[in-house]
Design a protein around this ligand. Structure first.
Ligand code: HEC
Ligand code: HEC
Ligand code: HEC
Ligand code: HEC
Ligand code: HEC
Ligand code: HEC
Length: 350
């Protein structure tokens, strides 16, 4: 009896305690609050919640599995059977959680931008569209995107819970507060703060722990496989730093070809006061708003040119000319010139 009561009390702690979160890290371990998505009071459905648990590989740190196991009989069905509806009940137009769909209720410039709504200014051709069957450009199989196509609902140790529940190693790793050049992403916010500090463009930068290989690009390529490859890949071209068939990402460094012409220029890129987000093996990006001298090894990545969720431009391109502070769509000059303003940050017209 005593044992039963203490395990009930433990469940109560897992299900009900308002657990404090660390900014920019949520739905994982101590911040995985079952009752946010499941109805703990509801009766267990036929078959039980077995499938997902079986599919979760035992993690090195077994906290996730333990908590799922401990609460599985009490956790109940999801609050909505439609995953997108479930996630959007908090992630659209609410003050407490980052808003990810269409227009922004918050005041910060979202790093991932906006998932499409189907109506102007967020038509479906301006980014990722939930709930519609489509073949990813550069991919093979048709799929219907949900939030959990890209984010693990029960979290993992990686950046934004990208990938599957407790995926080891996570597809994209991160460090918070103090940069770690062995991690893929540097989140500047070290302590809990407003959503803007955790999810705004000024709070996120990208390292390149393995030169020539950026984790975010590999993640995007898990669906858009034909759009990514190393230098010399038959799809990509390159090999001598030139004759690319597809635009290189981490396969080429900005300004590595010194000959001008079509090639990229490090000094031109760095001289832009407001630079696109590139990967940096040195963990240096300059100070936004100020021209910079640059550092060797910088590369473009998929999210240098595209917002991961979307924005108000076709193909979610970031029309940032580099002269004005960034909006989710680019800047004022970019709005006049169109999305190709971004090309000129690295390829100046001489
Ligand atoms: C009950 C409200 C609620 C629901 C439902 C919800 N979220 Fe969240 N989510 C939050 C809050 C609050 C935060 C941010 C906390 C913070 O950083 O202060 C968050 C943060 C996130 C983050 C950023 C995490 C990180 O580590 O950077 C992702 C990704 C995310 N949610 C995805 C989802 C997905 C996918 C679903 C649906 C399966 C979902 N959320 C459902 C409230 C919710
Ligand atoms: C952010 C939303 C969210 C939170 C919080 C959450 N879950 Fe889930 N859970 C889901 C989603 C979505 C699914 C459906 C499977 C999927 O999409 O991967 C699911 C599925 C499950 C399943 C499998 C159900 C079945 O029949 O397949 C179990 C068990 C489960 N969750 C347990 C938990 C426990 C225990 C907690 C708290 C420690 C928790 N979940 C917290 C979103 C969430
Ligand atoms: C889980 C699979 C998946 C992942 C991962 C993924 N995408 Fe997509 N992407 C799709 C699908 C499916 C479409 C076509 C349907 C649509 O527009 O949403 C698409 C469409 C696009 C489009 C065209 C959008 C439009 O409206 O024309 C761009 C650009 C894009 N993805 C970029 C990216 C980038 C950049 C990443 C990584 C940050 C990424 N994708 C990761 C599945 C994926
Ligand atoms: C095609 C893949 C994909 C889909 C679908 C997707 N996301 Fe994301 N999401 C990402 C990526 C990649 C990032 C990180 C982008 C970056 O840092 O540039 C991100 C970032 C986020 C963030 C951090 C906020 C921000 O602006 O950076 C939250 C919260 C989030 N996603 C929640 C969701 C929710 C909720 C859904 C469904 C309504 C969803 N995502 C659908 C790929 C996706
Ligand atoms: C140097 C900038 C740049 C980089 C880096 C970049 N893209 Fe693009 N991408 C573009 C442009 C420009 C287009 C064409 C947009 C248009 O005309 O609508 C495009 C189009 C796309 C499309 C839509 C294609 C279609 O048929 O609708 C997808 C998907 C895409 N890119 C994915 C990626 C992925 C994945 C990566 C990383 C491996 C990536 N991009 C890197 C600039 C870039
Ligand atoms: C963040 C920097 C960056 C941005 C932005 C960028 N590029 Fe590039 N681009 C590079 C790098 C690096 C290379 C490969 C090395 C080189 O040629 O300098 C390259 C190569 C190219 C090449 C191949 C040149 C050759 O010799 O084979 C073309 C064409 C090109 N870019 C066009 C574009 C277009 C169009 C855009 C805008 C959609 C764009 N680039 C945006 C950095 C960038």
């Amino acid at each position: 009896m005593g044992e039963r009561r203490s395990s009930t009390r433990m469940l109560g702690a897992i299900l009900l305690l308002p657990l404090s979160s660390v900014a920019g890290e949520y739905h994982y371990q101590s911040t995985l609050v079952c009752s946010e998505c499941h109805s703990p009071e509801a009766a267990r459905g036929p078959g039980g919640p077995s499938a997902l648990l079986a599919s979760i590989a035992p993690p090195a740190d077994s906290t996730l599995r333990d908590s799922l196991d401990a609460a599985r009989s009490a956790v109940g069905p999801l609050k909505s059977e439609d995953t997108n509806e479930l996630c959007l009940s908090c992630h659209d137009g609410q003050a407490a959680a980052p808003d990810v769909l269409g227009g922004h209720a918050g005041r910060y410039v979202r790093q991932a931008g906006a998932l499409t709504t189907g109506s102007a200014p967020y038509e479906d051709w301006k980014g990722h569209t939930l709930g519609v069957a489509a073949v990813p450009p550069g991919g093979h199989a048709p799929m219907t995107l949900t939030c959990t196509s890209c984010h693990a609902p029960h979290g993992n140790a990686g950046y934004r819970n990208l990938g599957r529940d407790d995926e080891q190693p996570p597809p994209v790793s991160y460090a918070r507060g103090t940069n770690d050049l062995t991690k893929d992403v540097f989140l500047r916010a070290g302590a809990p703060g407003g959503l803007g500090a955790s999810y705004g463009v000024q709070g996120v930068d990208f390292n390149e722990p393995v030169p020539g290989h950026a984790a975010m690009d590999v993640f995007c390529a898990s669906c858009h496989s034909a759009f990514y490859g190393p230098d010399g890949d038959p799809r990509m071209g390159g090999t001598d730093g030139t004759r690319w068939f597809l635009h290189p990402t981490s396969a080429a460094d900005i300004g590595a070809q010194q000959s001008g012409g079509l090639h990229s220029s490090l000094s031109a890129f760095a001289a832009n006061p407001y630079r696109l987000k590139v990967t940096s093996p040195a963990g240096e990006w300059g100070i936004q708003g100020m021209p910079w001298a640059g550092v060797a090894g910088l590369s473009a990545s998929c999210v240098t040119c595209h917002k991961a969720h979307g924005n108000q431009n076709r193909s979610a391109l970031i029309a940032l000319s580099g002269q004005g502070p960034p909006t989710e769509d680019g800047d004022a000059a970019g709005a006049r010139m169109g999305p190709m303003a971004l090309c000129m940050q690295c390829h100046p017209v001489n």
